[in-house]
Design a protein around this ligand. Structure first.
Ligand code: PLP
Ligand code: LYS
Length: 420
C-alpha cells in the first residue's frame, strides 16, 4: 500500500507523529514561489517590490521566512503587525492595510514606523494626521483607490467594483480632496496609490484594466494638481489550482501584462513609470499547504449518498461554507488503490453546511484512513475558529524532507484561557 508523499514527506507518517487534523505547509514550495517572484518580477523589472499578503497564512515562523527571503509584508491588523514586530521584521518593509483601522492600530503603525500605510478613507486620514503630529513623525502613505472594475470571482472576495467597502471611490471630487488634504499635511507624505481588485483571479484582464484606470488618474492629477505618483501598489489576487480547470499561472502571466500596460500608458501620458509593488498571498502559500484528517464514521444512505466523517471541518476550513470553495483530496494511505466509490466528506460540526467536499471519488474507505485535502495553505489556518469548542490543529512545516512543528495543537485549556 503506497502512502501520499507531499513535498517528499510521507503524510501518513506525519499524521501518526503529530495526530490529526493537521496543517502541513511546505517551505520548499513557498521558497519556489519566492524565487519566482525574485527572478520574474523583482529582477526582471526595475524599481519594483514584492510584499507577501500575510492574511493568507501568518505565523512567527512564516514571518521569519519572509524576512530571511528579503520580501516585504502586507498586514491588515494590529495582530498581524504584532507578529511581524515579534520576529524583528524590518518595519520599513511593512505595508499596513485596512478599511477601518482602529486608533490603536494607527498608533502602532506610527510608533513602529511602518513603511507604508495604505489609507482607505478620510476618517483614517484625519486620525493618522493627528497621530503623526502627536509623535512628530512623517508617515508615508498610499491611497487605496477602488478602480471600478468587476473581477470574475466569488462576490465575497471581489473588491475592485464601484460598490465596495474598500478604498476611495473613483470620483474626481473625492479623490482631489483626499490628495489635497494629504499634500497639505506636514506629517503625511503621499507616495501614490494602491488597488486590489479581488482574489483567486484566473485572468489578468482586470489587473490590466485597473492599470489603465490608475494611469489615467495619475495623468489627470499631475495636470490638475501637479501631483507626481511615485508608487503604485497593484495588490495581489493571483489564482491557484483548487479544483477542475482552476490553475496557478506563472507570476509573469499577471505581472508582465501589468508592466507592459503600465509602461505603455506612462509613455502615452508622458509620465515617469512609478515604483510598482505586488502583494500576492494565496499564490505564495495556497498550494504549499494541505490538511490531514482521520476518517471516522461512515454513513451510507442506500441509493442516496455516503457521508464520510472526519475529525475536523468548518473550524479549520471555513471556505467551502463561506464561498462554496471546492477542493481536491485523496486517501493518503491508499494512493495506489482503485477508485471505486463516490463519497461526501462531512466535517464534525453541528451544522448541516459543514461539508468539506461533495462527491469525492475515492477507493474503498474505512475508519482510520487518512484524508489529505489539497491546496489548503491559504486562508485556512488564518481563518480557523474554535466553533463547537474544537481546538485548532497544529501546523507542521516541511523542508527538504524534514518536518518541524511551527504551531502547537491547541488544548481545551487554551480555549478556556481568557475565561473568568
Ligand atoms: C489589499 C490586499 N492585498 C493583497 C491581498 C492578497 O490577495 P491574494 O491572497 O488573493 O493574493 C488581499 C486579499 O485579497 C488584499 O486585500
Ligand atoms: N479569505 C478569502 C480571501 C480574502 C482575500 C483578502 N482580501 C478566501 O479564502 O478566499
Amino acid at each position: 500500500m503506497a502512502n501520499f508523499l507531499f513535498s517528499n514527506v510521507d503524510t501518513v507518517e506525519l499524521a501518526k507523529k503529530y495526530k490529526t487534523p493537521l496543517y502541513v505547509v511546505s517551505e520548499d514550495i513557498i521558497l519556489e514561489r519566492f524565487n519566482e517572484i525574485k527572478k520574474d518580477f523583482i529582477e526582471k523589472h526595475e524599481n519594483t517590490m514584492a510584499v507577501y499578503a500575510s492574511k493568507a497564512f501568518l505565523t512567527k515562523e512564516m514571518a521569519r521566512i519572509v524576512k530571511r527571503e528579503g520580501l516585504g509584508m502586507d498586514v491588515v491588523s494590529g495582530g498581524e503587525l504584532y507578529t511581524a514586530i515579534k520576529v524583528d521584521f524590518p518595519m520599513e518593509k511593512i505595508v499596513f492595510h485596512g478599511n477601518n483601522k482602529t486608533l490603536d492600530e494607527i498608533e502602532m503603525a506610527v510608533k513602529y514606523n511602518v513603511g507604508r500605510i495604505v489609507v482607505d478613507n478620510f476618517y483614517e486620514l484625519e486620525l493618522l494626521d493627528k497621530m503623526a503630529s502627536k509623535y512628530k513623525k512623517k508617515v508615508n502613505i498610499l491611497f487605496r483607490i477602488t478602480p471600478g472594475v468587476n473581477s470574475h470571482t466569488h462576490k465575497y472576495i471581489r473588491t475592485g467594483q464601484v460598490d465596495s467597502k474598500f478604498g476611495v471611490p473613483l470620483n474626481e471630487n473625492i479623490i482631489y480632496e483626499a490628495i489635497l488634504k494629504a499634500i497639505n499635511s506636514n506629517y503625511i507624505e503621499l507616495k501614490g496609490f494602491h488597488f486590489h481588485i479581488g482574489s483567486q483571479l484566473q485572468e489578468s484582464e482586470t489587473h490590466v484594466k485597473s492599470i489603465k484606470v490608475l494611469t489615467s488618474l495619475m495623468k489627470e492629477i499631475k495636470d490638475e494638481l501637479g501631483f507626481i505618483t511615485k508608487e503604485l501598489n497593484t495588490g495581489g489576487g493571483y489564482g491557484i489550482h483548487y479544483n477542475g480547470n482552476e490553475s496557478r499561472k506563472p507570476l509573469s502571466y499577471f505581472t508582465d501584462a501589468m508592466m507592459e500596460e503600465l509602461e505603455k500608458e506612462c509613455r502615452k501620458y508622458n509620465l515617469e513609470r512609478p515604483r510598482v509593488v505586488i502583494e500576492p498571498g494565496r499564490w505564495v502559500v495556497g498550494e504549499a499547504g494541505i490538511t490531514l484528517y482521520t476518517i471516522g464514521s461512515i454513513k451510507n444512505i442506500p441509493n442516496v449518498r455516503t457521508y464520510v466523517g472526519i475529525d475536523g471541518g468548518m473550524p479549520d476550513n471555513p471556505r467551502p461554507s463561506l464561498y462554496d470553495a471546492q477542493y481536491e483530496a485523496l486517501i493518503a494511505n491508499k494512493v495506489d488503490e482503485e477508485i471505486t466509490d463516490i463519497v461526501t466528506i462531512a466535517g464534525k460540526c453541528c451544522e448541516s453546511g459543514d461539508i468539506l467536499i461533495w462527491d469525492l471519488k475515492t477507493p474503498h474507505i474505512e475508519a482510520g484512513d487518512i484524508l489529505a485535502v489539497l491546496s489548503t495553505g491559504a486562508y485556512n489556518y488564518s481563518m480557523a475558529s474554535n466553533y463547537n469548542r474544537i481546538p485548532r490543529p497544529a501546523v507542521v512545516m516541511i523542508s527538504k524532507g524534514n518536518d518541524r512543528l511551527i504551531v502547537k495543537r491547541e488544548t481545551y485549556d487554551d480555549i478556556l484561557r481568557n475565561e473568568i
